[in-house]
Design a protein around this ligand. Structure first.
Ligand code: NAI
Ligand code: 15L
Length: 269
């Protein structure tokens, strides 16, 4: 799949969307932008909600692929997750099917498997086929998105790379992030690999830089042609001095999802 290519970037006004708006054009993409809120400095961006299937059909029309970042990116009441992340991702795939878009890169999350124990420092890294163990309704919506992607590959031939992103911010800001950080430049490299690799069917990968303290296995990401160039380790000494080493006896530290497992619930049970 040769670049340059016309790419619909959903969630273009968000943190990751803003980073990708500046980094992906250098990989050869012409970006079409979409978000529920206006995208700063982008007068041509499409302002539309994932609830609006007609708007999504118009937005994907004529594109080569979609990088689907839009949605709620943290835990929220189930009804909100249902609308934005579950129904919204379904609408996105329906638009791709109706308009003949061949490939989606789906922003999944480490929280799809967030209730999985953190690996021992000298033990094997978490494989990509570890069972879904969501830590939140948010994580559950990412499990749904991955299964939806599988369904649309099996039934409709739409290819997807589901990227279980660790934590993508300009710098790691916690000791946990030392193990899961995805630098913005590596994120652009990984999305480019996911958009251009041949015959991906539905492939699930973890999205991280080449961190010294990495928790999961990047084999399937590397098989796409992704070669991470960054490592969180230069930030380790400062973060550990400020915050201390992760104490595995602390329930916020013994699972991949970290504080998502221990934050006070914000929904009624
Ligand atoms: P963000 O919250 O900064 O941006 C999400 C964007 O989606 C926002 O601009 C928002 O307006 C838009 N959006 C939300 N609901 C929408 C709807 N119904 N219709 C249209 N647009 C809607 O999140 P961030 O950090 O940029 O993450 C992007 C994606 O990557 C999300 O799907 C998130 O779950 C996923 N992800 C991000 C990680 C990170 O470290 N940044 C880690 C793991 C996953
Ligand atoms: C996510 O899925 C969130 O979208 C992001 O904001 C971070 O919280 C990240 O996970 C994380 O686990 O650090």
């Amino acid at each position: 799949m040769p670049a340059p290519r016309t790419l619909l970037l959903t969630g273009a006004a968000g943190g990751l969307g803003t980073l990708m708006r500046s980094l992906l054009p250098a990989h050869g993409y012409h970006l079409r932008l979409l978000d529920a809120r206006p995208v700063p400095d982008a007068p041509d961006a499409i302002t539309a909600d994932l609830a609006d299937l007609d708007a999504l059909c118009e937005a994907v029309r004529g594109t080569d692929a979609v990088l689907h970042l839009a949605g709620i990116s943290l835990e929220a009441p189930f009804e909100k997750i249902l609308k934005a992340n579950i129904e919204g991702t379904y609408h996105l795939y329906e638009a791709a099917r109706l308009e003949g878009v061949p490939r989606v890169v789906f922003a999944s999350s480490n929280h799809a498997v967030g209730d999985t124990p953190v690996p021992a420092p000298d033990g094997p890294r978490i494989p990509v086929d570890t069972p879904h163990r969501p830590d939140t309704f948010y994580g559950l919506s990412k499990c749904f998105g991955e299964d939806l992607a599988q369904l649309y590959w099996d039934r409709h031939g739409i290819e997807t790379v589901s990227v279980r992103i660790g934590s993508c911010f300009p710098e790691p800001t916690s000791v946990r992030m030392l193990s899961i950080w995805l630098s913005p430049a590596d994120a652009a490299r990984l999305f480019h690999a996911a958009l251009t690799a041949g015959d991906v069917g539905h492939t699930v990968v973890y999205g991280s830089s080449a961190n010294t303290r990495l928790w999961w296995d990047l084999t399937s990401a590397r098989a796409l042609g992704y070669t991470p160039e960054d490592d969180s380790e230069p930030y380790a000494a400062k973060l550990i001095a400020e915050q201390g080493e992760l104490d595995p006896a602390n329930p916020a530290n013994d699972r991949l999802g970290g504080h998502f497992l221990t934050d006070p619930p914000i929904w009624p049970y």
